[in-house]
Design a protein around this ligand. Structure first.
Ligand code: 6PG
Length: 256
């Protein structure tokens, strides 16, 4: 995607399997296009359960598709305060389900150091790592080729929870903070970094997310204040909201 305007597209498919297949094709297309244009592709991946089917589909197809995985740089949009081999670690899940099966160069994989002793320093060093690898736009903010996000039923993305310091952050691109509703610390990308991306894919499935999806799509002013996902608006990029039918139900959208 190029140009100077943010754009938003919503794609609805009947089932989780169908929307996964659709996003898989788009995902590979963005990698191919980025490598063709800039000889590299920077991705930030999501944790949670929703993208697992996508990761499995990408992993299964890699033997036969022509995605230039060796030119891909992999980052993570958020992480829990656990070690990299912990069952709750997003890095561990993504490594097992996706990266172990792909010819991505190990030096191109950048786990978040979310269990470090000094988490503020660790977040600052991860931000620096992003700056070192991902080219910045004119505003000085690195522009990921693609950021994949899931969404919680409360409308949170990455680890930007509603009414937290992360939801209000305007300067830091990566931060660590105590999330009151979890009683735990998380490291996360912030909205300024997400909104600098060339492509953001918000993949949401399941009826429990339908209410939040409807509010985001209705562009309710209130939604912007209470749902971090409503704050996704790439300044010079494209937002794709990919839904299965149950997630699109309350918004009154049907599969194409
Ligand atoms: C995480 C996330 C988080 C996730 C949502 C949705 O690490 O948990 O990156 O933002 O995408 O919580 O999670 P589910 O896909 O499990 O519903």
């Amino acid at each position: 995607m190029s140009g100077n305007e943010s754009s938003r597209e919503v794609v609805v498919r009947q089932t989780q399997q169908e929307i996964t297949r659709e996003v898989c094709g788009i995902f590979r297309g963005i990698i191919r296009e980025s490598v063709a244009e800039r000889e590299a592709c920077s991705l930030a991946l999501a944790g949670g359960t929703t993208p697992r089917a996508l990761y499995q589909t990408l992993a299964r197809g890699c033997a036969v598709d022509d995605t230039p995985w060796s030119d891909v740089q992999v980052f993570f949009g958020d992480e829990r305060d656990v070690s990299q081999d912990h069952v709750e670690s997003n890095y561990c899940m993504v490594q097992r389900m996706l990266l172990d099966h792909l010819p991505v160069q190990p030096a191109h994989v950048h786990p978040m150091p979310a269990d470090a002793g000094d988490l503020h320093a660790a977040a600052a060093s991860y931000e620096q790592c992003v700056r070192d690898v991902v080219e910045s736009g004119e505003d000085g903010i690195p522009r990921f080729d693609m950021i994949l996000l899931g969404m919680g039923a409360e409308g949170y993305i990455a680890s930007i929870f509603p009414f937290t310091e992360a939801a209000a952050e305007k300067e830091k691109l990566v931060m660590s903070y105590f999330v009151p509703v979890l009683g735990r610390k998380r490291m996360t990308f912030t909205l300024p970094l997400i909104n600098a991306a060339r492509n953001v894919i918000l993949l949401v499935t399941g009826e429990d997310k339908a209410e939040a999806v409807a509010r985001i799509l209705a562009d309710e002013q209130e939604a912007g204040k209470t749902l971090p996902a409503a704050g996704i608006a790439p300044t010079d990029g494209k937002l794709l909201i990919a839904l299965d039918r149950p997630a699109a139900k309350a918004a009154g959208l049907k599969p194409a």
